[in-house]
Design a protein. Structure first.
Length: 243
């Protein structure tokens, strides 16, 4: 999958992109990221990318010309792929949205800065708007990295283990239950005996129940949205879950 990032702060991306799984995904040809500094598409002496708002008020607004020219130069007219604006006004980013966006083989990410951007960028260039949560950051750069991270781990082959992403919290509609590794006892705290039983069916059932239990305790509303088996329902009834 190919990402084209349009930003005024390209320098914040490489440290994260060049670490761990995203680094390996690029080395192995699953992921390509190109950074485009919007400032390079300014034409004035001072490379100005923002201006004061019409009608007054505080804050600075990103000018339309460099943004349009950057995107059109890189992606053509009309642009060859969806143009996603990262903004707190966008639709909320969830695992379902990640799966939907991961069906594209190319995405452009536009990182807003300042108080906002000229509305004509939204109406005539941007094709989708994404928010990573109901809080306001100083810009769309961290949200863009979050989106790339979540989408990259959905690309088949990136995680190595093909089941890796399928069992994640949220992918199944449930939170994952607890995990343990060696040692079997640490400071007197023992791991659940079933995990050492060697009985794969019992382990699988225990994992399912732990996922249901954790979801019931922390995010009960998630249980309304998934299909539950008869066994799941019987287990939840023991927790006094009202079906
Ligand atoms: N830019 C600033 N805040 C943001 C948010 N919550 N999501 C996406 N982009 C943003």
């Amino acid at each position: 999958m190919q990402f084209d990032i349009f930003t005024l702060f390209p320098e914040v991306f490489p440290p994260y992109l060049n670490s761990s799984i995203l680094k390996r995904a690029q080395q192995n040809g699953y992921l390509g990221v190109e950074l485009h500094n919007i400032r390079e598409w300014t034409r004035d002496k001072h490379h100005v990318t923002d201006d004061t708002p019409y009608g007054g008020g505080g804050g600075m607004i990103m000018k339309p010309e460099p943004v349009f020219e950057a995107v059109e130069d890189v992606l053509g007219t009309p642009p060859a792929c969806p143009i996603v604006l990262l903004t707190p006004q966008g639709r909320l980013f969830t695992q379902d949205v990640a799966q939907e966006l991961a069906r594209n083989d190319r995405l452009a990410l536009l990182c807003g800065r300042y108080e906002g951007l000229d509305e004509r960028i939204r109406t005539h260039l941007v094709t989708d708007e994404i928010s990573i949560g109901d809080y306001v950051l100083t810009g769309g750069e961290l949200p863009a990295l979050i989106l790339i991270d979540a989408l990259t781990r959905l690309i088949p082959g990136v995680l190595g283990d093909e089941n890796g992403a399928a069992n994640d919290s949220h992918a199944s509609g449930l939170l994952e239950g607890p995990h343990y590794t060696r040692p079997p006892e640490f400071r007197g705290w023992e791991i659940p005996a079933v995990l050492r039983s060697g009985d794969h069916a019992r382990v699988a059932q225990w994992r399912r129940e732990q996922a249901l239990l954790r979801t019931f305790k922390r995010r009960p509303e998630m249980l309304e949205k998934i299909e539950l088996s008869d066994e799941d329902r019987a287990f939840l009834e023991t927790l006094d879950y009202r079906l």
